[in-house]
Write a protein that binds this ligand. Structure first.
Ligand SMILES: Cc1ncc(COP(=O)(O)O)c(C=O)c1O
Length: 130
């Protein structure tokens, strides 16, 4: 009982509710984080959900992000249509060309988005995570 109270009181880290975390997804997330050199990972049910969560946590209405024009079609629609409805502007660079990303930056730019293996071109943009 005390253990459950601590978990739900957010006094102790652990599994509370399977949508948020469970032992199976925890193993998966830890392995993805290790593979990618990240501090943590979050598993989602689809790529579109992952994109929404990642960008929606960084951006708010009035912000923009810059993305490659080499995008999976569903992602293009999510960025161009769905994010626009939320007041978030996707600015499309010319392919993976770094200079064309730079020229779209302004004070409301909060993120860059690339596909690290692009669909459908299988392009691999040249960038470093810092
Ligand atoms: C590069 C890329 N990003 C995102 C997605 C979207 O993933 P999902 O269909 O799981 O939402 C896809 C789907 O094929 C993809 O190829």
């Amino acid at each position: 009982m005390q253990h459950a109270a601590s978990l739900f009181g957010l006094k102790e880290f652990g599994n509370i509710y399977t949508r948020i975390m469970n032992p199976t997804t925890d193993v998966f997330e830890q392995r993805i984080a290790a593979l990618e050199g990240g501090v943590a990972a979050l598993a989602t049910g689809s790529g579109q959900a992952a994109q929404f969560l990642a960008l929606n946590n960084i951006l708010q209405a009035g912000d923009n992000f810059i993305t490659t024009s080499y995008l999976y079609g569903g992602t293009y629609n999510q960025f161009k249509v769905a994010f626009k409805r939320l007041g978030i502007e996707a600015r499309f660079a010319d392919g993976d060309d770094a200079e064309s990303f730079v020229k779209h930056i302004d004070k409301n730019t909060k993120a860059f988005y690339l596909e690290t293996i692009g669909n459908p071109r299988l392009n691999i943009p040249d960038f470093k995570i810092c």
